[in-house]
Design a protein around this ligand. Structure first.
Ligand code: GDP
Length: 295
């Protein structure tokens, strides 16, 4: 495990052999390699800096354990810290005391928000939970059609009011319908823009206030790398998120965005998207992601 990082640390550790304490110089050299590995995994720069500072504190002065190679020991400190920062365990989707659980999906256009809505609905349906998906993206009629098509594919109903209705009204009516029908979970797909803009934020806030969701999930494209940090900060400050779904992890990305999202919002990543198909959703596990980030 972590062969790439282990290779990088090789030279730092050569100097360490035969010593019984990890020295300041060794740590600095090793930390530089960790820093480089994290940046290559697309972790946000400020997040990397904070992370490195924490690892430094933990590694500094740590006794070299007998029978444990110091490089392995150091890698374990880095790995454990990554797992800890990402929340240690999987955090499942919130469930309302009284149905329906209301889930609001937020994010930029093209991140995989609509696909994630359907993926989540299918995931819940497989657990014998009934779902209703609500299409509020009135700016792109194709988005409504897309959700309707996905709904047919996974056999989950879609609530829509066409593209002339007010998104807040659609969301409210959708939740009312879910209540009337005794549906377990209602998932509201919202409009995204190519970039964050104030109209989008204002509308999202209005929808959120109207339906009081139990979950507001930010959908983040893992391929956006460094940008994931700004996106998370803006959405969390302005709208308030309770978790995230990291999509497109089937791509080249090493998934550093996971660390950024968690560190910046303090909220857990709950699922990862690993393909275009509706089945391609998995629960997020911090230990697996830590291994992936370290390469
Ligand atoms: P939205 O604009 O945020 O609603 O994004 P869409 O759900 O329409 O997805 C945009 C594109 O990303 C589509 O081509 C999806 O098939 C694709 N996509 C979504 N999630 C994933 C994923 O996890 N992996 C891959 N490879 N593609 C994805």
């Amino acid at each position: 495990m972590f062969d790439a990082l282990a290779d990088r640390l090789e030279s730092a550790w050569k100097k360490l052999r035969g010593q019984d304490k990890i020295s300041h110089a060794n740590i600095q050299e090793a930390l530089r390699e960790v820093r480089r590995a994290l940046l290559e995994a697309d972790v946000n720069l400020q997040v990397v800096k904070d992370f490195i500072a924490d690892v430094e504190t933990k590694a500094q002065g740590a006794e070299v354990l007998s029978g444990v190679r110091p490089d392995q020991q150091f890698i374990k400190v880095v790995y454990d810290e990554l797992v800890e920062v990402m929340g240690e365990t999987n955090v499942p989707l919130a469930q309302a005391d009284a149905a329906p659980t209301i889930v609001l999906m937020a994010g930029l256009q093209g991140t995989g928000k609509t696909t994630a809505t359907a993926k989540l609905a299918l995931h819940l349906r497989k657990q014998d939970l009934s779902c209703l998906m609500v299409a509020t993206d009135v700016y792109r009629p194709a988005a409504i059609d897309q959700l309707v098509t996905l709904g047919k594919q996974i056999d989950v109903p879609v609530f829509e009011m066409g593209s002339n209705a007010d998104p807040v009204e659609i969301a409210r009516e959708g939740v009312e319908q879910a209540k009337a029908q005794g549906v377990d979970t209602v998932i509201i797909d919202t409009a995204g823009r190519l970039q964050i803009d104030q109209d989008m934020m204002a509308e999202l806030i209005r929808v959120k206030e109207a339906v009081q969701p139990h979950e507001t999930l930010l959908v983040v494209d893992a391929m956006t790398g460094q940008e994931a940090a700004n996106l998370t900060r803006t959405f969390h400050e302005q709208v308030g998120i309770t978790g995230a779904i990291l999509t497109k992890l089937d791509g080249d990305s090493r998934g550093g965005a996971a660390l950024s999202v968690r560190r910046i919002s303090g909220q857990p990543i709950k699922f990862v998207g690993v393909g275009e198909k509706v089945e391609a959703l998995q629960p997020f596990y911090p230990d697996r992601m830590a291994s992936r980030i370290l390469g």
